[in-house]
Design a binder for this molecule. Structure first.
Ligand SMILES: [Zn+2]
Ligand SMILES: [Zn+2]
Length: 354
């Protein structure tokens, strides 16, 4: 705590008697010196404002002393919070670790070739995950089903942290169920890689959409009925309206994207382009993929609006889409910003709060 850079302890020049903290009321003096120090952090020993290095030193020491004297109480307060919410925090850490582990495992399995995938093992992993997630959820949260059918909690939760917790923990279960379904999908479409990619993208996008949808009534209800917080009915309506407006924009974008991904699966097409014909390959005037610089494998024409077709390997462009939603050649927007196809088997494990 005391290892912060020290100002060199030069003696104060003679005649400088401006020491605001010397007269009593040390805390006030230290505050004033700190403010002056902030305004001129590396000033000379005696400057126009009359702040000496000693003043800065004294302010710094005062702040350090205050933190040193308070830190035991802060530590106790933190320990208290931890002990009161120990079950919740432990549960959250366990479920989040499960999610991270299985998400990485699924991506690994999806990356294997068809004869390397053991369908029985992969399929039963998915079914076990589904079973485990459902059972744990039913046991831990007896009225949790309300969340899944877009109902506000009963009895109502009126604290901000309470709603945050409900949304966080339930969205984790939504993600786990999506992961279970994806393992089953990998086992079912083991040898049909193209279809498997589409199906994984559809499951992930539906899961994200559902997750966004399910948290909406929780927050809207909270803003509308936060009655005990002393906020008037008008302000509450404005809060709920603002939330719904902002959330609606995110939701509309995600729903439209999910629809495209589902429609592409139904039509056996790509959500961002189509498989190139021999004629289109000729039109490019090239014979290799601009990303991997080798002959195309499963060449895809992006719907980027270019006059000459912009063609890439299907695999290459999917890796690209993990980073950007644009055409690698002309940078035109190919997917909606902020949305992904998730055909590489990735799962969005970032916690959902809103
Ligand atoms: Zn390529
Ligand atoms: Zn392009």
């Amino acid at each position: 705590m005391l290892s912060a850079p020290r100002v060199s302890p030069a003696p104060a020049p003679a005649g400088n008697a401006a020491e605001p903290g010397s007269g009593g009321g040390a805390a006030v003096g230290e505050g004033a010196a700190a403010a002056a120090a902030a305004a001129q952090p590396a000033g000379p020993p005696a400057n126009a404002a009359g702040v000496t290095e000693q003043d800065i030193q004294r302010a710094f020491n005062g702040v350090t002393r205050w933190f040193s004297s308070q830190s035991p109480f802060m530590a106790v307060a933190l320990l208290y919070l931890l002990s009161v919410h120990l079950t919740e925090i432990t549960g959250l850490v366990i479920i989040a670790s499960f999610l991270e582990y299985f998400a990485a495992h699924l991506k690994h399995v999806h990356g294997l070739s068809a004869d390397e995938i053991r369908p029985m093992t992969v399929g039963s992993t998915g079914l076990l995950l589904l079973f485990w997630a459902t059972l744990a959820f039913a046991l831990l949260f007896p009225s949790g089903w309300r969340y899944f059918v877009f109902l506000p909690p009963s009895p109502p939760v009126t604290s901000f942290l309470g709603v945050t917790w409900i949304v966080l923990i339930n969205s984790l279960f939504v993600r786990l169920i999506g992961l279970g379904l994806k393992f089953v999908a990998v086992a079912l479409w083991r040898s049909d890689v193209r279809r498997r990619r589409r199906v994984l993208g559809v499951i992930e996008n539906i899961d994200i959409t559902y997750s966004l949808l399910a948290s909406t009534p929780q927050w809207a209800f909270f803003f509308l009925t936060a009655a005990d917080s002393g906020i008037g009915a008008f302000v509450r309506s404005v809060l709920a309206g603002t939330y719904l407006f902002l959330k609606g924009r995110v939701l509309l974008q995600q729903c439209a994207h999910t629809w495209e991904v589902v429609a592409a699966l139904a039509r056996k097409q790509l959500p961002y382009g189509h498989y190139a014909s021999a004629q289109e390959l000729l039109e490019t005037g090239e014979s290799i993929c601009p990303i991997c610089q080798t002959p195309w494998s499963a060449p895809v024409v992006l719907h980027c609006g270019s006059a000459t077709p912009h063609v890439f390997c299907e695999r290459c462009v999917e890796v690209w889409f993990g980073e950007a939603a644009t055409c690698p050649l002309c940078r035109a927007q190919v997917q909606r910003p902020g949305t992904k196809v998730y055909e590489d088997g990735a799962t969005d494990t970032s916690p959902q709060l809103i």
